[in-house]
Design a protein around this ligand. Structure first.
Ligand code: ADP
Ligand code: MG
Length: 315
């Protein structure tokens, strides 16, 4: 790695939500530390309730942290909130718009909020970038869900921040729109914008992000280049279809996991470094299984995630 400072530096961040109506207070972030490098597409992953939105809303200044520090593009969000805010554009998880403004007006108002002179505003350019130029003068309430998302991205980019953060941009979004959103994210990143996105879709993160951090229960579980994370386990999975219903599962001390995924299908997870698919099949045959069909796959992020989060829970 180079000496380039991180785009975002998160140090020991704690968030405790006060419990409402006699409910227990909730420790949503338990001293989280994380550097997000400049220039990439960074994925913040975790199941629902992990603390992703809490972290992003703290960066956005809409939630107050209980402890720790965050620097955005070198600016401390408490000591230099003005420059910190100028350095980041955030698309929140919830879509909220005043339905009576047009997309053009939404962007102009946002430009005004940042004190950008009328002549320097980029509203039309941004509408083109998110392919909403033909909706320039329509009421926001008449836009489809996907168009609203794109308008929110344009709105987050009004002040040309070097960092764009998207909180669950594709939750509840159809395949076509998802593709469009990723193209847009790719274009912005190619222009030099550091992108941070949260998702609980592992496959999406695997495809889009060059680096992934996984959080669960407000704690960092891992933070690695995507390729390393996927390759980390070195695990392979072989799915075997056998000729009759499974009465007893096969076993071998080298099997990492062995489960029935159908009446006649067994999935065996093993480590490439310890054994080969051929040895797995040989063990099954020794134990009386007649094999009708076989397929293998590498462990994907889903498997890595399940393994990592269950390891933490067991600890
Ligand atoms: P994620 O975005 O990863 O799904 P959140 O940051 O929304 O997770 O939530 C983290 C935890 O904090 C959850 O247990 C959630 O119920 C709790 N939480 C979030 N917002 C509040 C709030 N305003 N008051 C109390 N608890 C909250
Ligand atoms: Mg969330």
């Amino acid at each position: 790695m180079s000496d380039t400072p991180p785009a975002i530096e998160i140090r020991d961040v704690v968030k405790r939500y006060a419990g409402s109506k006699g409910a227990e207070p909730k420790l949503a972030l338990k001293g989280l530390s994380l550097d997000i490098p400049q220039g990439g597409v960074f994925g913040l992953l975790g199941p629902n309730g992990a603390g992703k939105s809490t972290l992003i809303n703290i960066m956005a200044g809409t939630v107050n942290k209980t402890g720790g520090t965050i620097r955005i593009w070198g600016h401390d969000i408490d000591e230099d909130s003005r420059n910190a805010k100028l350095s980041i554009g955030i698309v929140p998880q919830e879509i909220i718009f005043d339905p009576f403004f047009t997309p053009f007006e939404v962007l102009e108002n946002q430009g005004g909020m940042y004190g950008i002179a009328k002549a320097l505003r980029r509203s039309d350019e941004l509408l083109r970038a998110v392919r909403l130029e033909d909706k320039r003068n329509a009421y926001a309430r008449t836009l489809s869900g996907g168009m609203k998302r794109r308008l929110l991205i344009a709105k987050a980019m009004v002040h040309s921040p070097p960092i764009l953060v998207l909180d669950e941009p594709t939750a509840g979004v159809d395949v076509e729109l998802r593709k469009q959103l990723w193209e847009l994210v790719g274009e912005l990143n190619a222009e030099g914008v550091t992108v941070v996105l949260t998702t609980h879709y592992l496959e999406e993160a695997e495809q889009l992000c060059d680096r992934i951090a996984i959080i669960n229960h407000g704690e960092l579980i891992t933070n690695k280049p995507t390729r390393e994370l996927v390759g980390m386990m070195g695990e392979k999975i072989v799915a075997v279809t056998v000729d009759k219903d499974i009465a007893e599962m096969p076993s071998d001390p080298r099997f990492r996991k062995c489960e029935a995924v159908g009446e006649r299908v067994i999935e065996v997870t093993y480590d490439k470094a310890e054994m080969t698919a051929g040895q797995v099949l040989a063990r099954l045959q020794e134990q009386g299984f007649t094999i009708e069909d076989v397929s293998t796959r590498e462990a994907d992020l889903e498997d890595v995630f399940v393994q990592l989060t269950s390891a933490v829970e067991a600890a």
